[in-house]
Unconditional design. Structure first.
Length: 323
């Protein structure tokens, strides 16, 4: 049966790629995006010319609709520390308020999908992190509005599943990068590439020994589509989705420098409570999504992302990466 789908945050980086992917499907009847364009851009969906698609500009926490949806995919939330740390209340409202507001818009028996984050593991004391790891998070720390609102939204959904049998699918995404990240997004990959292309000075916070597992957006969206769409899957989550090749921040900065002769690294003060490491245990993902893997190497993914940013900047995009 063709599905009517609501995607919150569909003008954002990952959301817009997922929207493109879903619009390729024949078993999709209608796709509504709700987005308040806080961190997302109209440009990310400007290319869409599909009568099944519509955009509703507004806050997810107050979105209303006369109908009900077969599937709701809740992605609305900034993901960049530079953005969510500036507006903690708004971040909490987007995640928790958004989920609470959207739940009644699901048709009976419909599916509620949510993008949680590896940030629920905080500064992890085990590596790689399996879904069963309960995390090391500081609810009074500088990342708390994001970490804790993701954790609370997970709690809401799994409790709704327990008490009312709600069909939920929850993923925990690890660091994702690629085209359509904002130039002023502030995360590492987009910052380093834009800095290399403009000032030539890459700002590494601290000594750069902290690590992440960098996932190319096409691979990640492939995992999301499989997990969110397939009826045959009985696992509800949480499910880690990411690339499991862990690379230090300094190494990726050096790689980006190698793409632009003359660019160099400058060390800045460490970011407060910056997690020291992050790497998904993908054992469960391999069982639940056989055949899926985040195969793109960071070198290949960075080259593609670099080329996209190069064109954006050449076309006059705002060249002001946030340090
Ligand atoms: P993004 O900032 O590019 O996209 C978020 C989108 O949500 C934007 O279009 C923004 O305008 C919209 N939005 C925010 N608050 C809203 C609100 N109250 N009402 C309506 N729209 C609102 O971020 P992204 O990188 O595409 O991340 C998408 C989702 O994936 C987020 O939920 C994020 O927490 C999660 N995630 C992302 C990563 C990553 O590395 N990119 C990692 C883990 C989890
Ligand atoms: N980082 C950095 N310079 C930048 C942006 C980020 O050194 O210009 C570091 C940041 O301190 C962190 C890592 O890169 O250790 C990943 O940061 P990002 O904001 O991309 O994601 P998150 O911290 O949420 O994993």
């Amino acid at each position: 049966m063709p599905r009517s789908v609501l995607v919150s945050g569909g003008c954002g980086f990952i959301g817009s790629h997922l929207v493109d992917r879903l619009l390729r499907r024949d078993d999709l009847e209608a796709l509504v995006v709700v987005d308040n364009l806080w961190t997302g851009l109209r440009d990310n969906i400007a290319h869409i010319d599909d009568p099944r698609f519509s955009l509703r500009v507004g806050d997810v926490e107050s979105f209303t609709d006369s109908g009900h949806f077969d599937e709701i995919i809740h992605l609305a939330s900034p993901a960049s520390p530079a953005w969510y740390r500036r507006e903690p209340a708004r971040t909490i409202k987007a995640n928790i308020g958004g989920a609470l507001n959207l739940l009644p818009l699901l048709r009976p028996g419909g599916r509620f999908c949510f993008a949680s984050t590896s940030e629920v593991y905080g500064d992890p004391l085990v590596s790689p992190q399996p879904e069963s790891y309960r995390g090391s998070v500081d609810c009074t720390g500088p990342r708390a509005s994001y970490d804790e609102s993701k954790r609370c939204t997970e709690a809401l959904l799994f409790e709704e599943q327990r008490v009312s049998g709600l069909d939920v699918r929850v993923v925990r995404l690890f660091n994702t990068y690629g085209p359509r990240t904002r130039i002023d997004d502030g995360r590492a990959v987009s910052n380093f590439i834009c800095q290399a292309l403009t000032t030539g000075i890459l700002t590494v916070y601290g000594d750069g020994s902290q690590s992440r597992s960098w996932g190319y957006v096409d691979d990640i969206v492939d995992g999301l589509e499989r997990f969110f769409w397939r009826d045959s899957i009985s696992h509800r989550g949480p499910l880690n989705i990411g690339n499991n090749r862990e690379v230090s921040v300094l190494d990726i900065a050096k790689f980006v420098c190698s793409l632009v002769p003359g660019s160099r690294i400058e060390h800045h003060a460490p970011a407060p409570q910056d997690p020291t490491n992050r790497c998904p245990d993908l054992t469960l993902a391999r069982q639940v999504l056989p055949g899926w893997e985040a195969a793109t190497s960071y070198q290949e993914g960075f080259q593609r992302t670099f080329e996209w940013f190069r064109q954006q900047i050449a076309a006059g995009g705002e060249a002001a990466p946030k340090a």
